[in-house]
Ligand binder design. Structure first.
Ligand code: DQA
Length: 146
C-alpha cells in the first residue's frame, strides 16, 4: 500500500513569491510543491496539493480526504487563527495533521499568536519560510514510518 500525503494551503498563499516577500520569501507555491513532490516520490509516498482562498472549499477538500489520505499538511493562512469550521473538519475526518507556517506567527501581531489548529495537530512547524514545508513533509513521512 502506498501512503498518501495531502498538502493544503489556504488564502493568499497562491501569491507566494509576490506577496510580502520579506515575510514569506520569494519562492512560489508551485516551486515549493514541485520540490515536495520530488522528495515524496523519492521516498515512495504519493502527494497531492490543494490551494483555495475559500473556507468552504478547504472544508470540502478535508472531507474528500476521508479514507483516501494518511496525513494532512496544512497551512491554513489567516484561517489558522479563527476558522472553527476548518478545525472541526480536521477533527471530523480524524486524519493526522501537521500545521505549517512560513513565518514565525509568535513574533508577529497578537492576532496571529493563536492557532485553532495547533492543539489538534500532531505537531507544527513555523518560521523557516519554504523550508517549513519540507520539514513538515519529513515529519509526516517519519510519522507514517516511511
Ligand atoms: C501564514 C501566517 C498567517 O498569519 C497568515 O495569515 C498567512 C500565512 C504563514 O505561513 O506564515 O497567510 O500562515
Amino acid at each position: 500500500m502506498s501512503y498518501k500525503v495531502m498538502v493544503i494551503n489556504g488564502p493568499n498563499l497562491n501569491l507566494l513569491g509576490v506577496r510580502e516577500p520579506e515575510i514569506y520569501g520569494k519562492e512560489t507555491l508551485d516551486g515549493i510543491n514541485n520540490e515536495l513532490k520530488a522528495y515524496a516520490e523519492k521516498r515512495g509516498a504519493d502527494i497531492e496539493f490543494f490551494q483555495s482562498n475559500h473556507e468552504g472549499e478547504i472544508v470540502d477538500k478535508i472531507h474528500d480526504c476521508l479514507n483516501k489520505v494518511n496525513i494532512i499538511i496544512i497551512n491554513a493562512g489567516a484561517f489558522s487563527h479563527y476558522s472553527i469550521a476548518i478545525r472541526d473538519a480536521l477533527k471530523a475526518v480524524n486524519i493526522p495533521v501537521i500545521e505549517v507556517h512560513l513565518s514565525n506567527i509568535y513574533k508577529r501581531e497578537d492576532f496571529r499568536h493563536k492557532s485553532v489548529i495547533s492543539d489538534i495537530a500532531v505537531g507544527g512547524i513555523y518560521g523557516f519560510g519554504s523550508l517549513s514545508y519540507k520539514l513538515a513533509l519529513e515529519a509526516a513521512l517519519d510519522f507514517l514510518k516511511i
